[in-house]
Design a protein around this ligand. Structure first.
Ligand code: ADP
Ligand code: 5GP
Length: 221
């Protein structure tokens, strides 16, 4: 009986090993890179990504970040974010568990190494939604990613969308709008982003996102 359990474990390790080796091989063959999406808060990143996940559930998976901010109505722990305390966040920082992390609008946000690895093991394309410091850190990491910036048609329209979403206090809204200018200026530097999508008309913006990613989707299947 003990031998059977031992054999089962060996078999399990072997299968896991083959899966991970197989995936690395698969990634090398297809060269499908993770996709980093960035853009000012309220520009429509989540809206676009939700549509993408719905249309291509087997091609993409969203890297679920950790955050110390409180969940909004409708947000689920483990799906939209891992909602954690400051202590738990710091604990993961001290254990070197983050690929990148930052403070944004008074809260901490971070991409755990585990979040990205667990998606890579499934063979899906990993999608990360991070702000400007996240983009800078990921560029310095060994994650060989593609970078897409989602730009608002204007700052006025951005403010309108954030107001209309109804999720922010006046203070949080102001902080978010204050960082939008910097994010847009950074996106204008040559070579930072591979693609810039202006999210004016949602359908057009989504079609542009799909166009950019279609080659990768085809490589997967
Ligand atoms: P982000 O994830 O970038 O913070 P959201 O996806 O939450 O932004 O979008 C912010 C708000 O703007 C939401 O209420 C969303 O429904 C709305 N929105 C998204 N795209 C458009 C668009 N093209 N035109 C008008 N409203 C939009
Ligand atoms: P929100 O509070 O609106 O969900 O997110 C605020 C900002 O944090 C957004 O610009 C989003 O891209 C960014 N963000 C979300 N998760 C992460 C993360 O793990 N790392 C970094 N650097 N930014 C993140």
């Amino acid at each position: 009986m003990r031998r059977l359990n031992l054999l089962k474990n060996v078999y399990f390790v072997h299968i896991s090993y083959r899966l991970s080796v197989g995936f690395t091989h698969f990634q090398k063959m297809t060269n499908v890179k993770p996709v980093v999406i960035s853009g000012p808060s309220g520009v429509g990143k989540s809206t676009l990504l939700e549509q993408l996940m719905k249309e291509f559930p087997n091609s993409f998976a969203f890297s679920v970040s950790h955050t110390t901010r409180k969940p909004r109505k409708g947000e689920e722990n483990g799906k939209h974010y891992h909602f954690v305390s400051h202590e738990a966040f710091q604990d993961l920082v001290s254990k070197n568990g983050f690929l990148e992390y930052t403070e944004f609008s008074g809260n901490c946000y971070g991409t755990s190494k585990r979040a990205v690895e667990s998606i890579q093991e499934t063979g899906r394309i990993c999608i990360l939604d991070v702000e400007i410091n996240g983009v800078k850190s990921i560029k310095k990491s060994n994650l060989n990613a593609r970078y897409i910036f989602v730009r608002p048609p204007s700052l006025d329209e951005l403010a309108k969308r954030l107001h209309a979403r109804g999720t922010e206090s006046e203070e949080s809204l102001k902080k978010r709008l204050d960082t939008a200018d910097e994010a847009i200026s950074y996106s204008e530097k040559p070579g930072v982003y591979d693609h810039i999508i202006i999210n004016d008309n949602l359908t057009e913006a989504y079609n542009k996102l799909k166009d950019i990613l279609m080659e990768d989707i085809k490589k997967l299947h």
